[in-house]
Design a protein around this ligand. Structure first.
Ligand code: FAD
Ligand code: NAP
Length: 309
């Protein structure tokens, strides 16, 4: 068997990657997590989690810290590094970051997803100056001011509700007349007096004064009527895009870029697994990312045992 720097390299330290590290290191595999930012993934951008077993409610960053401690307790290592590419050499793989290269028997991809952009005028220009993709990070800047949220999924409705503690009002603008969000989140938002829904409406342009956001131009899809809503902030939650650019050459994604795995988290390349939001799957949640991570950590052990035979 080829001698490698590590048995397992996990790329990304959100809930999926951290759980894979826990399982792989507890199986006595020499395990490295490579993370390009702060460990925790999307948990760091989530105010309150109330659907993760064991906690009635917990702040996202607190859960991230607990998961990180758990992931490290059996000797896994963690290094800062943005993975640029992975090369498959059969019984070993090369993982390249900007500064360093590593060899490993198993790669577990846990790079998650990023927020989709609307691609409308003003969005990029006013990013960080009123346009935001993270209520937890930026909500407090808009105390007592009107806020607009775009989207109709769990993120828009849950984060829109969270934003009512800061904003004078929150308008949730959705392109249909029915939300995609979980029923419990919908009911909570419908009961909140600070939230107004703007149905069947799409955003056309973020407006500003050159310094900051001042409004948004909208269009009603059925009537074609355009309107301008004054607002200090536009929070955009219109879905996710997979982070799979570094793995393009491996040919393991579907047409939209999500990684295809079987139910053991194995991709079509032996020794390369994927877990969490980056996978082609129907439910992207902390609990499902954690389940994927546990499975892949164990499968890494099984795969390496079979290599040794
Ligand atoms: P992520 O958490 O996205 O972590 C991926 C990690 O990979 C990141 O740390 C990233 O920096 C790293 N990475 C990416 N590319 C590279 C690279 N090239 N090299 C090195 N590192 C890299 N789910 C719930 O169950 N309950 C909730 O209440 C909830 N609230 C949410 C609120 C919002 C606003 C959003 C967007 C999502 C929410 N979710 C919630 C979904 C949940 O956060 C995700 O399903 C979960 O975080 C996915 O975990 P993951 O490990 O797959 O990916
Ligand atoms: P999502 O479920 O994909 O919803 C995206 C929303 O944006 C949809 O309502 C969609 O409209 C709308 N949209 C898409 N493109 C648009 C465009 N160009 N213009 C206007 N609107 C557009 O994404 P998400 O809400 O970010 O959720 C992502 C994942 O995270 C999901 O798996 C979700 O369950 C999970 N999550 C979970 C929680 C929780 O459990 N508490 C919280 C947040 C997120 P249509 O409905 O018409 O398609």
């Amino acid at each position: 068997m080829t001698v490698t720097d590590y048995d397992v390299i996990i790329i990304g330290s959100g809930p999926g990657g951290m759980t894979a590290a826990l399982y792989a290191s507890r199986a006595n595999l020499k395990t490295l997590i490579l993370e390009k930012g702060v460990p925790g993934g999307e948990l760091l951008n989530t105010a309150e989690v109330e659907n993760y077993p064991g906690f009635a409610s917990i702040d996202g960053p607190d859960l991230a810290e607990k998961m990180y401690e758990g992931a490290m307790q059996f000797g896994a290592e963690h290094q800062f590094g943005e993975v640029k590419t992975v090369i498959d050499h059969g019984d070993y793989k090369e993982v390249k970051t900007r500064k360093k290269d590593f060899t490993t028997k198993v790669v577990i991809i846990a790079t998650g997803s990023v927020h989709r952009k609307l691609g409308i005028p003003g969005e990029e220009e006013y990013a960080g100056r009123g346009v935001s993709y993270c209520a937890v990070c930026d909500g407090a800047f808009f105390k007592g001011q009107p806020i607009v949220v775009i989207g109709g999924g769990d993120s828009a409705v849950e984060e829109g509700t969270y934003l009512t503690q800061f904003g004078e009002s929150v308008k949730i603008v959705h392109r249909r007349d029915e939300l995609r969000a979980q029923k419990i989140l919908q009911d909570r938002a419908f009961r909140n007096e600070k939230i107004d829904f703007v149905w069947d409406t799409i955003p056309l342009e973020v407006l500003g004064d050159g310094q900051k956001v001042t409004g948004i131009r909208l269009k009603h899809k059925k009537t074609g009527e355009e309107s301008v809503v004054d607002t200090a902030a536009v929070f955009i939650y219109v879905g996710l895009l997979p982070v799979t650019e570094p793995f393009k050459e491996l040919g393991i994604t579907d047409d939209e870029g999500w990684i295809i795995t079987d139910d053991t988290m194995a991709t079509k390349i032996p020794g390369i697994f994927a877990v969490g939001d980056v996978r082609q799957k129907t439910l992207r949640q902390i609990a499902t990312a954690v389940g994927d991570g546990g499975q892949a950590g164990q499968e890494a052990y099984n795969y390496i045992e079979a290599l040794a035979d």
